[in-house]
Design a protein around this ligand. Structure first.
Ligand SMILES: CC(C)(COP(=O)(O)OP(=O)(O)OC[C@H]1O[C@@H](n2cnc3c(N)ncnc32)[C@H](O)[C@@H]1O)[C@@H](O)C(=O)NCCC(=O)NCCS
Ligand SMILES: Nc1ncnc2c1ncn2[C@@H]1O[C@H](COP(=O)(O)OP(=O)(O)OP(=O)(O)O)[C@@H](O)[C@H]1O
Length: 200
């Protein structure tokens, strides 16, 4: 089975691209979904509440994601602490899903995650696709999607390694600074390239 990674910085277009790949029959593992599921485990929630306190708790005792985001994306030490609680669990789930998909006899699986490079996933990937985007466009898209200030968008961007650094690890780079129609065309070109060069 070909194990592909799809990464890129926040708001560059991973989800948009992986939706196109999904429509082309590629099996997707979405790290954003997994990173939400791990908070269904009460032990994870308790650990996070113990460290970050009452201000990240909703009145019904669920996690206030926006409040936690405000804290960790403005304080790198706290982000490191959150990562140490969440990342081992996210990683275990991703590896487990890869194995399950392999057992189902799939030919290709694609892991969609912002932190494939930072999180040390390169060793399990056969190939890495990096989606990039002009920073001004990226900031605008984040602000529009998350209804946040430019400063909030920049704080999140700065909590990840730069697009340039991430691109160094890419086997295939897709620039998503243009329209969604253009992204669709680039995705089609990529699929053709992958079938000709990466599949037996
Ligand atoms: C801090 C949290 C609660 C904020 O939730 P919120 O709903 O506001 O954002 P969401 O989860 O949709 O993340 C949006 C984007 O932020 C970026 N991001 C998320 N977590 C991180 C992180 N630990 N480091 C750097 N960037 C991150 C990613 O590009 C992600 O796609 C949440 O992001 C979280 O639990 N993060 C830790 C888990 C994680 O590392 N997830 C990313 C897996 S690749
Ligand atoms: N080519 C495009 N033209 C216009 N809007 C776009 C384009 N690509 C993506 N978007 C929009 O920009 C926002 C960010 O895109 P998307 O969610 O795909 O990025 P992402 O890399 O998955 O982000 P995150 O890291 O936060 O999960 C979304 O609201 C999406 O609809």
């Amino acid at each position: 089975m070909l194990v592909l990674g799809l990464t890129g910085n926040i708001g560059c277009g991973k989800s948009s691209l992986s939706n196109i790949f999904k429509k082309n029959g590629i099996h997707i593992i979405d790290a954003d979904i997994i990173s939400r599921q791990i908070f269904d485990d009460k032990r994870v929630l308790e650990d996070v509440f113990k460290y970050f306190g009452e201000e990240i708790k909703n009145s019904d005792n669920t996690l206030n994601r926006k409040a936690l985001g405000r804290i960790v994306f403005n304080d790198n030490n706290k982000l490191i602490q959150l990562n140490s609680l969440t990342h081992p669990r996210i990683r275990a789930k991703i590896l487990n899903e890869v194995e399950n998909i392999k057992l189902q006899g799939e030919n290709i699986v694609l892991i969609d995650a912002a932190l494939l490079v930072e999180g040390g996933y390169l060793e399990i990937l056969d190939k890495l696709i990096v989606v990039v985007c002009d920073e001004e466009v990226q900031i605008n898209r984040i602000q529009l999607r998350d209804n946040c200030s430019k400063q909030d968008a920049l704080s999140r961007i700065n909590s990840q390694i730069s697009q340039r650094e991430k691109s160094k690890y890419g086997d295939y780079i897709i620039d998503n600074s243009g329209t969604l129609m253009q992204l669709q065309k680039k995705a089609d070109e990529f699929i053709k390239y992958m079938k000709e060069n990466w599949c037996e």
